[in-house]
Design a protein around this ligand. Structure first.
Ligand code: DMJ
Length: 664
């Protein structure tokens, strides 16, 4: 039992002169502290002083870190914010507090500060242009509202919405670093109306202005290129509405992603100008963090394929330089690469909130690194990426060949198991199993085994049919519960299945390919604009007429290629003209709803309302690198143009040769 007299403060008070003022008591205390300090040994005193100094230095350091303007506003932080719901699903235990600190959002000096200006919610802007674009349009949330307002707006709508959902497209939205001319945001903030997409310049039905379809694709490319050249030359991406640009890595992403498309289309002048920029301006010796996967598929892949098409050593030299700068990513305890590399400093790191990498990212860089080794006779690239595949092949935790979405770079084990998808974060793992096997001359049996097993797993766990029209689709499995959700990204699968069937894999792969192709076509056809949304939910019940439902947050279209890609494969292998017709309809819809009159094409936020498209003011590099290339190949009668028996296309549509002799 505690006795009051043992309390120190009680004792000290009773021993004090009752007439004495409380300050005197404090003075006594100070004196006694001083006495105690003097009684300490010199060593003890030095130790205490050292600890105090250390604390002070640490406090100062952390203060300056917090208050420093964020010059590297992390894409991944923004990605986390944007994909909060998806992440919650993937990591049920994760505490998803906003990572973006108020400092970084509001700091007026930060390079991205314009993105986060506080603007009124649901701000309306009077748009000009053709009838479908003349309405008062809700300005795209992506470039008008700051993050906090966005959340508020979405909650007001009573919808649990994703933040721009998309994985490899939209995540980069908030990282835009726009320089003059003024962006849409700046104009909106200044009260200047931002023009909507001005009139589309092509007919919407029937013949394409008397031109044949190949010429129509070339026209589309020239138009996209014009916008890039006029307003974004040498930068990563065009912002066609605000006639400006955005940077992701600062490496001329669109220009490099487009090189082989121009070569294939015979656009010589455009190609020559781009080559000159690469010769004179492109340097990888930059202190910049790049995403290993995106840089590999878009830039390394683009340089390697252009080298093959042209035979020009410039492109191989650049590819070598970049490849060697990406290698630090593989220096992890498990040899499973980190997601990010600083190509100037030679350092690599995972995202800030985790030591995981996504499965698609670590298993879809192999075609490019293996080819780099073959061309340079330097085995280090191939060894690094083959090691990843070896580990994944042996790894416990697959579900009948289906893989979880993440892998830990320390332990080399799958993490956050329980969700199986053919969409974001897993998609190109399946694609590259087959394509590596083809690239290596069909000699690497483990790759084929994993591919066949995975497709069996897809059929067993993920394939279903809709109630109304019996459309076949690939859903997702989340902790043993089936979800009828399908990303547009999954529309790569019909093409990959057809490629496998063409190479003597089971015939029912081709049946599934045809059925899924039909479904991907419906994802366009059933929308009011004729353009697919980013994500759909299929209806399993026969009672309803609708096969496809689209949530408000999933209505965007980023000019993605996957359906056109699959149409190209399906046409090459079957020659069924319906695939060309379907592709032609899609091209016309792109021209009608996403073409910007002064140059470029823009992603849109709303494929369900032709009167209210909500342009996102962004042309993704893959629109030129992939989408337009696959349109061109779909409409070309020259079956030897990049024969599928001689080339494998990487996941960014850059063709790489099938090796003449098996790997050693
Ligand atoms: C491209 O970068 C690649 O096709 C990737 O595999 C998926 N995402 C985009 C296109 O949608």
């Amino acid at each position: 039992m505690m006795h009051p007299s043992t309390r120190k403060d009680f004792i000290s008070l009773t021993l004090t002169d009752p007439n004495c003022h409380i300050y005197n008591n404090a003075k006594h205390r100070k004196q006694s502290y001083w006495r105690k300090w003097k009684q300490l040994s010199r060593l003890q005193r030095s130790l205490i002083l050292f600890l105090l100094a250390l604390t002070l230095v640490l406090a100062l350091l952390s203060y300056s870190h917090i208050s420093k303007p964020r010059t590297d506003f992390s894409k991944k932080e923004d990605w986390l914010e944007m994909n909060k719901d998806e992440l919650k699903r993937a990591f049920p235990d994760l505490n998803l507090k906003p990572v973006v600190s108020p400092h970084s959002v509001t700091d007026p000096k930060g390079p991205n500060s314009h993105i986060f200006q506080k603007l009124p919610i649901n701000k309306k802007i009077l748009k000009r242009g053709p009838p479908n674009l003349q309405k008062n349009v809700n300005v795209s949330h992506t470039f008008v509202m700051g993050r906090q307002e966005q959340v508020q707006d979405e909650e007001e709508n009573g919808e649990k919405q994703k933040k721009l959902v998309s994985w490899r497209g939209a995540m980069i939205e908030a990282d835009q670093v726009t320089e003059p001319p003024p962006s849409a945001i700046e104009k909106v903030a200044a009260g200047v109306p931002v023009p909507a997409i001005p009139a589309a310049t092509v007919p919407t039905t029937g013949e394409f202005g008397g031109l044949d379809r190949l010429e129509a694709v070339r026209d589309a490319f020239r138009h996209a290129w014009k916008g890039y050249k006029d307003y974004a030359w040498g930068h990563d991406e065009l912002k066609p509405i605000s006639k400006s640009f955005s940077e992701w890595f600062g490496l001329g992403l669109t220009l490099i992603d487009s090189l082989d498309t121009m070569w294939i289309m015979g656009l010589k002048e455009e190609f020559a100008e781009a080559k000159q920029w690469i010769e004179q301006k492109l340097s990888f010796n930059q202190n910049v963090d790049v995403n290993l996967f995106e840089t590999t598929i878009r830039i390394l892949g683009g340089l390697l394929s252009t080298y093959h098409l042209t035979g020009d050593q410039l492109f191989l030299n650049k590819a070598k330089d970049l490849g060697s700068r990406l290698m630090p990513a593989f220096k992890t305890p498990s040899k499973i690469p980190f997601s990010d590399v600083n190509i100037g400093k030679g350092t690599a790191h995972p995202p800030r909130w985790t030591t995981d990498s996504s499965m698609a990212e670590v298993t879809s860089i192999q075609l490019e690194f293996r080819e780099l080794s073959r061309l340079t006779q330097d085995p280090q690239y191939k060894e690094a990426v083959d090691e990843v595949m070896r580990q994944v092949h042996k790894l416990p935790g697959k579900h009948d060949g289906l893989i979880p979405m993440f892998i830990n770079t320390n332990s080399g084990q799958f993490s956050h198991r329980g969700i199986y998808t053919l969409g974001a974060r897993a998609d190109s793992y399946y694609e590259y199993l087959l394509k590596q096997w083809l690239q290596g001359g069909k000699t690497e049996d483990e790759l084929l085994e994993d591919y066949i097993e995975a497709i069996d797993g897809v059929k067993k766990h993920l394939v279903r049919q809709t109630g109304p029209r019996k459309l076949t689709f690939v859903g997702e499995l989340s902790h043993n519960r089936f979800s009828p959700k399908m990303d547009h990204l999954v529309c790569f699968l019909p093409g990959t299945l057809a490629l496998g069937a063409h190479n003597d894999l089971p015939g029912d792969h081709m049946d599934l390919a045809s059925q899924l192709m039909e479904t991907c076509h419906h994802m366009y056809k059933q929308m009011e604009t004729g353009l697919s949304p980013e994500i759909v939910h299929f209806n399993l019940h026969a009672t309803d007429n609708n096969d496809i439902n689209v949530k408000p947050a999933d209505r965007h279209n980023l000019l993605r290629p996957e359906t056109v890609e699959s149409l190209f494969y399906m046409y090459r292998f079957t020659k069924d003209p319906k695939y060309r017709e379907w592709g032609w309809e899609i091209l016309q819809s792109f021209n009608k709803y996403t073409k910007v009159s002064d140059g470029g094409y823009t992603s849109i936020n709303n494929v369900r309302d032709p009167e209210n498209l909500e342009p996102r003011d962004k042309m993704e590099s893959f629109f030129l690198g992939e989408t337009l290339k696959y349109f061109y190949l779909l409409f070309s009668d020259d079956m030897d143009l990049l024969s599928l028996d001689k080339y494998v296309f990487n996941t960014e549509a850059h063709p790489l040769p099938i090796w003449p002799s098996p790997p050693k």
